[in-house]
Structure formats: structure tokens, C-alpha cells
Design a protein around this ligand. Structure first.
Ligand SMILES: Nc1ncnc2c1ncn2[C@@H]1O[C@H](COP(=O)(O)OP(=O)(O)OP(=O)(O)O)[C@@H](O)[C@H]1O
Ligand SMILES: [Zn+2]
Length: 533
């Protein structure tokens, strides 16, 4: 059996992963607060832990892994959005509007994360469904002297748990110095954190021994993981930004409420997705959503590939160039593997890379070697383990010929037929080249026709990419075209980098286009081929 090694934040070491029960490997990952669309940073833990989930299923069997990821559906930001809708005159109750907000956000989350090829976890508990379990846990903590109730609040007594701070490796006093701890009159110690707090009469609340109120954020994860996974389970995951205070508090609550258990044995934290060196976050406003990228036409599979190209324990930036390269590479893999039978399983070296602390960047390098060695069956099986090249993926890699585009191709094609009939072969060759770049192959003959084909697209593209600047002008018959009376300059060329090499990231249309040719149409065609204009 493959040995998985994971860097455990708790011990700060890479350790062999030995599950408590190989027949039921259990993992909990902190999920989103459902008040708005997920940004790309939020997608990083989803893709990272989905990949770990896939690896665990591969090693222990698909039916032997339990994956829980919660939805935090109690939050001031959710309430604020519902109140805004109410203020706009919506007739529903605030409760209904809150429900509407969380439902729509969860549906967006599912759609966006599905698009990234993430499997849905086996359990997706919502905090509001586990309030009873939270109250029971808080009562237990009070009973054991780890928590106290004051003025409708219940607070966790941090100094009652001697190991507090062990996960982040800091002492309580250091943490107080470094953190923005809220000082409040009802706290015995500024470090104590909220387990339960009162709710305003018009906001969601639940009856409890301490009055009508709602749970603190940290107790949600402790209660839901206990209910669904028990007092000891294998892996707890989340972003590094949650290590302190959220995870530190989860540990304190769970270990004090269930001292007989170990709570989570392996803690995994993904590093941050950054924008110019800063964490992408809603509060900094430096974010874009997964949906923004999908709407721009970047396929979810490509986003996933880019996210996995960097090891999860390293910070990463989102760069446009990486997207173009990923798109091209995945497209090659798709076309190489689409027809192959899945005879071979995943490649051993690939699995070893993945099992070595989820080294997805090494694993992707191994995929590159498999592609080069034409081991296509292994390539596909291995890529599947990363959630790539999956059957049923939207075939984004093929030129899409929707009706609008079809109409445009038809009109260029018809124009070409006309100039051919007039024996204007220069223009007709030019139009053929344009269609080729757009992935459309023209078949002359008795019944001239066209087909949208990857082969045509690749051929056209390679020609452009491989040709020198001079040649690329000739390729589209620049000189000849210029000689046509009505025409002005037109050519297609790849972008030229600082070393004067033609790069293969872009097709640029420069200068003016003959009156006979509709510029928008030209642009549209190049876009259809999947290139940036
Ligand atoms: N920039 C980022 N890079 C990687 N992971 C992130 C990033 N931002 C948030 N996460 C992770 O996303 C998950 C969901 O977090 P949560 O819903 O609390 O985020 P949020 O509060 O909406 O985000 P923000 O930090 O932008 O306010 C958590 O595991 C968190 O660690
Ligand atoms: Zn959590």
C-alpha cells in the first residue's frame, strides 16, 4: 500500500500518515461563511483538499474515506445582506431573507467548486442544523470548568487549557501581544473567546440556558466534527490564516470537552493565494471571484491546474501567463488521451510524488514526462487522480461552434467562395488562413465545405508560432494582399517577446483590415480559437 506522508502543522514535521481506522479515514476541512461568492483564494483549500481526498480514496478505497466540510450560515455579514434587502422593501421576513441569501450562496459555491472539478464532500453540515450539539458541548465545557457564562455570553477560559497555543507554537502571552484580542468587561481574561453570545431581538437566535443567542464561530467546527467524525479523527484542514485563532480555539474546545479523544491528529494548512504579495481577501478588496474567471472563458479545469502547479505549502500569485500555458498544455493532453483506453492505472512515480506531502507540482512534472514518453493511458489515469482530464468534462478544448460563430464562419466561407469564383486566389488564400487560425479547416473540391477541427486550429497556430516575423507575414500573404487594389494592410502575428521570439500566447491583429473583411468577425474568429486578441 502507498505510504502517504503529510506535513503536520501540529508537530511541524513531515510524518507518515497512519489512519485510526483504514476502513474509515476521516477528514474535516473548514468551509466557507456563506455570505457571498467565493474568491479565488477560497478555492485554493477546496482544490488542495479535494486532491488529498482523491488520493485517500485511491489508497484506502472510495468507500473508506469520510470527508466533512461545513457551511457557516450564521454570520453578521449574512444578516447585513438580508437587512439590506429588507430595507429595499422586500416583503419577506428577515429570517426568510437570511435563508434566501445562504441558499443562493451555497448554490453558487456548489456550481463554482463543481466547475473546478472538486468532488462534493460526503457531508456538508450547516451550522444552523447543529445548534443543539453546540449548546450541549458548551454546557459540557462549563461543567468541566473550562467555560463561564456572564450576561448572556459564554466564554472559553483559555488559561484552563495548558496546551493552548501548541498548534501555532506560541505562548498565550505572546499571542495576546500579537493578536487583536477584544477586551470586554464580561471577560475574566482578554484572551478568553466567545462560545455563545446574545442575539438582538430582530436577528436570528436560538433559545439556550444562557438566554436567546447564537454560537461563536469556533464552536461550530468543534461541534460538527464531533457529531460527524467522533472525538478522534485523522485530518483537519484549512487555510493557514485559520491556524490562529480559529484552529487553536477548536483544539481547546474539543480537547477540553472530550478529554478522552485526540480530536484531529494531522493538521494541514494551505498557504495563501496572494495578490502582489498580500493575501487575497474580501476585506482588502484585492479579490476576484472564481465566477469572474469562469465568465472570462477560463475553464475550471485550467484554474484547477494552475492552483495545483504550486505546492500547497507555498504562497502563490495568480498570473495570466500561467493560464495561457496551462490551457495549451491541458489541451495537448486532452487530445493525446481522449481516445485511449484506460488500461493502465496511475503511474507509480506520479502517485509517489502525490503521496509525498501532496507534492502536486512534482506530480504535474511527472505528467509532462508521461506525455513526452507517449504513455497516454497512464497519463490519463494519473491526471484523473489530480481531478484533471476527467470523463464528462466540458470539452472547452474544442473550438465551440455555436450558432453565432457558425454564422460568422459561414459568412467568411461564403466570401471565400465568391472570391474564388472570381479567381481572386490571393484573397481566397488569405481567408483560408484566417479560418485556419480560428480552427476551421476548409475542404475544397466538388462540394467545398468547412469543419471546425482542433487539427486545423493547431496547424494554423503552429504555423504562426513557428514562423519568423517575415515568414508570418508571408503566411497570410501580406505582400500579395497589399497588392489588391481595395485592400489596406492586414496581418496576423504572434506576440514578440523581448528577445524578438514569437511567443505563443497571443494572436495579435495589427494595422487595418481590407474593407472586404469585417474586423469584428476576424477578432471573433481568433477568439473562437481560444486565443487572446
Ligand atoms: N487568499 C487565500 N488563499 C488561500 N486560502 C484562503 C484565502 N482566503 C481565504 N482562504 C481560505 O478559504 C476558506 C474559507 O474561508 P472563509 O469563508 O472564512 O473566507 P472569507 O472570510 O470569505 O475570506 P476572506 O479571508 O477573504 O475574508 C478558509 O479555509 C480560508 O483559510
Ligand atoms: Zn473550522
Amino acid at each position: 500500500m502507498t505510504t502517504i506522508r503529510l506535513t503536520n502543522s501540529k508537530t511541524r514535521r513531515k510524518e507518515e500518515f497512519v489512519p485510526l481506522d483504514p476502513a474509515n479515514v476521516r477528514m474535516y476541512v473548514c468551509g466557507p461563511t456563506v455570505y457571498d461568492r467565493a474568491h479565488l483564494g477560497n478555492a485554493r483549500p477546496v482544490v488542495v483538499f479535494d486532491t488529498l481526498y482523491r488520493l485517500l480514496r485511491h489508497v484506502y478505497g472510495a468507500d473508506h474515506v469520510t470527508y466533512v466540510r461545513n457551511f457557516t450560515d450564521v454570520d453578521d455579514k449574512i444578516n447585513a445582506e438580508a437587512q439590506r434587502r429588507k430595507a429595499l422593501g422586500r416583503p419577506e421576513t428577515l429570517e426568510e431573507l437570511i435563508r434566501e441569501r445562504t441558499e443562493e450562496t451555497i448554490a453558487w459555491y456548489h456550481a463554482d467548486m463543481d466547475a473546478l472539478g472538486a468532488l462534493r464532500p460526503g457531508h456538508e453540515p450547516r451550522a444552523t442544523e447543529f445548534i443543539g450539539a453546540m449548546i450541549a458541548m458548551i454546557e459540557g465545557l462549563i461543567g468541566r470548568g473550562h467555560a463561564y457564562a456572564v450576561d448572556g455570553h459564554v466564554l472559553f477560559r483559555v488559561r484552563s487549557y495548558k496546551d493552548y497555543g501548541a498548534l501555532s507554537g506560541r505562548s498565550v502571552d505572546d499571542m495576546i501581544a500579537g493578536a487583536r484580542v477584544e477586551v470586554a468587561p464580561y471577560k475574566e481574561d482578554p484572551m478568553d473567546f466567545v462560545l455563545w453570545k446574545p442575539s438582538d431581538a430582530d436577528l436570528p437566535g436560538w433559545d439556550s440556558p444562557w438566554g436567546r443567542g447564537r454560537p461563536g464561530w469556533h464552536i461550530e467546527c468543534s461541534a460538527m466534527s464531533y457529531e460527524l467524525l467522533g472525538d478522534s479523527f485523522d485530518i483537519h484542514g484549512g487555510g493557514l490564516d485559520l491556524q490562529f485563532p480559529h484552529h487553536e480555539n477548536e483544539i481547546a474546545q474539543s480537547c477540553c470537552a472530550h478529554p478522552q479523544g485526540q480530536f484531529a491528529r494531522y493538521w494541514l494548512h494551505n498557504e495563501m493565494l496572494q495578490v502582489e504579495g498580500k493575501k487575497m481577501s474580501k476585506s482588502l478588496g484585492n479579490f476576484f471571484t472564481v465566477r469572474d474567471l469562469l465568465n472570462k472563458g477560463i475553464p475550471g479545469e485550467v484554474i484547477r491546474f494552475v492552483l495545483l502547479s504550486t505546492h500547497y505549502r507555498k504562497p502563490m500569485d495568480w498570473r495570466r501567463g500561467t493560464v495561457t500555458a496551462a490551457r495549451k498544455e491541458l489541451r495537448n493532453w486532452w487530445f493525446a488521451t481522449e481516445e485511449v483506453k484506460l488500461a493502465a492505472g496511475a503511474d507509480d512515480t506520479f502517485v509517489d510524488a502525490l503521496a509525498d506531502d501532496l507534492n502536486t507540482s512534482d506530480a504535474i512534472n511527472r505528467l509532462r514526462e508521461l506525455y513526452k514518453a507517449k504513455e497516454f493511458s497512464k497519463l490519463r489515469a494519473s491526471a484523473n487522480l489530480l481531478g484533471l482530464l476527467l470523463p464528462g468534462t466540458d470539452p472547452w478544448f474544442r473550438p465551440k461552434v455555436d450558432d453565432l460563430v457558425r454564422g460568422k464562419v459561414e459568412s467568411v466561407f461564403a466570401l471565400r467562395q465568391r472570391v474564388r469564383a472570381e479567381k481572386d486566389y490571393v484573397t481566397s488564400d488569405f481567408l483560408r488562413a484566417v479560418l485556419e487560425v480560428a480552427g476551421v479547416t476548409v475542404a475544397d473540391g466538388k462540394n467545398p465545405t468547412w469543419i471546425a477541427s482542433f487539427a486545423g486550429q493547431e496547424r494554423g497556430w503552429k504555423k504562426l508560432a513557428e514562423l519568423s516575423e517575415d515568414e508570418s507575414e508571408r503566411f497570410v500573404n501580406f505582400d500579395s494582399l497589399a497588392s489588391i487594389a481595395r485592400s489596406r494592410h492586414v496581418w496576423l502575428s504572434s506576440e514578440i517577446d523581448s528577445n524578438n521570439n514569437l511567443t505563443d500566447g497571443h494572436v495579435v491583429i495589427v494595422d487595418e483590415v481590407p474593407e472586404t473583411i469585417d474586423v469584428d468577425l476576424l477578432y471573433e474568429l481568433v477568439r473562437v480559437a481560444g486565443y487572446d486578441v
